[in-house]
Design a protein around this ligand. Structure first.
Ligand SMILES: [Zn+2]
Length: 237
């Protein structure tokens, strides 16, 4: 009896020192290139094949060739919650907390970050987001269009020099995402995706890639293009 009491006391003391034990039961599926972690098997079986398909889609649209198998391992965590939050770390851990709305679009956005981290380790934030947002769902695309329409009406535009330095990105700053999304579309209307990545990773100057002598010249050309509505406001996809 004394032994039971002592063990109980020790357990309570441990809880007091370490805090409550998190009830976190996870299951996972491991493939060569990714591990999917979730809290139930239904999520694993639903999303593992979807991840395979999404990686193929992203590769076809944005990469020059598939990343060799086994090069890097990405771990995708999907947790069903009452709120939405998602991010991808540079060491290729994707965390998605989702209430179910737009989960697939969010997953594709974050997988794009992971593949870009592998293929282009030095890619700046604006290119990352400009490319990843191309997969965003209609809700986000409408938000981006609304911001740029407001710019056209008011004549006040996001400053590309600030956005390209990456100083304005955070989850609540939709303008930085809208501008990046549209800037990537604009640059792709001027040249191909290889040029976009060459320029973005500093392997080619702005002048040589696109013929603009400065970021200011780029800003002016983007504004002119943005005011040609049928081209600039075309949704991604
Ligand atoms: Zn992103």
């Amino acid at each position: 009896m004394l032994k039971v009491i002592l063990i109980s006391v020790a357990f309570v003391l441990c809880l007091a020192v370490l805090g409550p034990v998190q009830a976190q039961h996870t299951v996972q599926i491991s493939r060569i290139d990714f591990t999917l972690v979730a809290e139930d098997y239904a999520t694993l079986h639903e999303y593992a094949p979807k991840i395979d398909r999404m990686v193929k889609d992203i590769t076809k649209r944005w990469l020059d060739e598939p990343i060799p198998r086994g090069m890097r391992q990405t771990t995708v965590h999907i947790y069903h919650r009452s709120y939405n939050k998602a991010y991808c770390t540079k060491d290729l851990n994707i965390f998605i907390y989702s209430n179910g709305d737009h989960l697939e679009a969010t997953l594709k956005h974050e997988l794009t970050h992971a593949l870009l981290h592998i293929r282009y380790p030095d890619l700046p934030r604006w290119t990352h987001e400009g490319v990843a947002t191309s997969w965003d769902g209609p809700g986000n695309q409408a938000r981006y269009a609304h911001i740029l329409n407001w710019s056209r009406k008011s004549g006040t535009y996001p400053r590309l020099a600030e956005i390209m330095k990456g100083v304005r990105f955070n989850a609540r700053n939709t303008t930085a995402y809208a501008a990046s999304n549209n800037l990537v579309k604009f640059l792709l209307s001027r040249s191909d995706r290889y040029t976009l990545f060459l320029y973005s990773t500093g392997k080619c100057t702005l002048e040589r890639a696109y013929g603009y002598s400065s970021t200011y010249a780029l800003q002016q050309a983007w504004i002119t293009w943005l005011n040609a509505p049928c081209v600039a406001m075309r949704p991604s996809g």
